[in-house]
Design a protein around this ligand. Structure first.
Ligand code: ZN
Length: 258
């Protein structure tokens, strides 16, 4: 039987089922990237959260190999609840109940094929969305008995490592996400638009607590906040490593069920 590949991060969607079964038999950690299809300013594409989630999964998978373990990355969930950006072209928001039910079935489906440790790697930070991701993971874990982690980088000890803008709550399409994109998929960043955007410092969590229901109410008429112009690829590299390490730690903490 041929060795499973270890030089590159494996994507389940690119493999025949017979290969996927071998990963399950070898107790691979299943990684599920979760993002959104959502406006991210005039300089970034709709798929930002998916790109970041997939890149973090890829790095987690490479780190697991270095520890003598295997990861297998499942096809990303590309739609979520994205009410704040709903008015901007291309943004698709799925109501919480439908998104939760769908995600629960995806996670339970992965578990049903013998993957006993699952990392759900979510990078769409809208509070109601992140909540339903946690709920779906719990529901799938309860139903299947698999161990499911949802690393939450909004909290310490990870959040303080993600830069000033992130901790001050201005993390939508600003320096944080734009740096991540410059590192993960620079060909998708519109550099001309990015460099000309004025800084828009803002505390999104505070605005949401105060009753804002969309990005325009929050003071972001172009669906970005923070400082995209100051983003750098080097900072994106650093952020990706922080996020990958935190997610790796979360999946390694999962109990290896019999
Ligand atoms: Zn985003």
């Amino acid at each position: 039987m041929a060795q499973l590949p270890t030089a590159e991060a494996p994507f389940a969607g690119d493999l025949p089922w017979t290969e996927v079964r071998r990963y399950a038999e070898r107790r691979a950690v299943a990684l599920l990237p979760v993002g959104s299809t959502e406006a991210h300013g005039p300089h970034l594409p709709l798929c930002v959260d998916v790109v970041i989630a997939e890149e973090v999964c890829r790095r987690v998978s490479m780190r697991l190999v270095q520890r003598g373990q295997l990861g297998l990355i499942f096809p990303a969930v590309r739609y979520g609840l994205t009410d704040f950006a709903a008015e901007f072209a291309g943004t698709i928001s799925i109501p919480a109940e439908a998104a939760r039910a769908f995600l629960t079935e995806v996670i339970a489906g992965i578990a049903s094929h013998g993957f006993r440790r699952i990392g759900v790697i979510n990078h769409h930070l809208e509070p109601a969305h992140f909540r339903l991701v946690h709920e779906a993971a719990r529901a799938a874990a309860n139903r299947t008995g698999a161990a499911v982690a949802v690393p939450d980088h909004r909290k310490p000890p990870v959040a303080p490592l993600l830069g000033d803008e992130f901790t001050r709550g201005g993390s939508h399409a600003g320096a944080y996400e734009t740096s991540l994109m410059l590192a993960a998929a620079p060909q998708l960043v519109h550099e001309g638009a990015r460099k000309s955007l004025p800084d828009l410092p803002f505390d999104l969590p505070a605005a949401i607590k105060a009753g804002a229901r969309n990005f325009r109410d929050c003071g972001g008429p172009q669906a970005y906040f923070g400082a995209p112009a100051s983003a750098t690829r080097e900072e994106g590299e650093r952020l990706l490593e922080v996020l990958a390490e935190a997610s790796e730690r979360a999946v390694l903490d999962l109990p290896l069920a019999p």
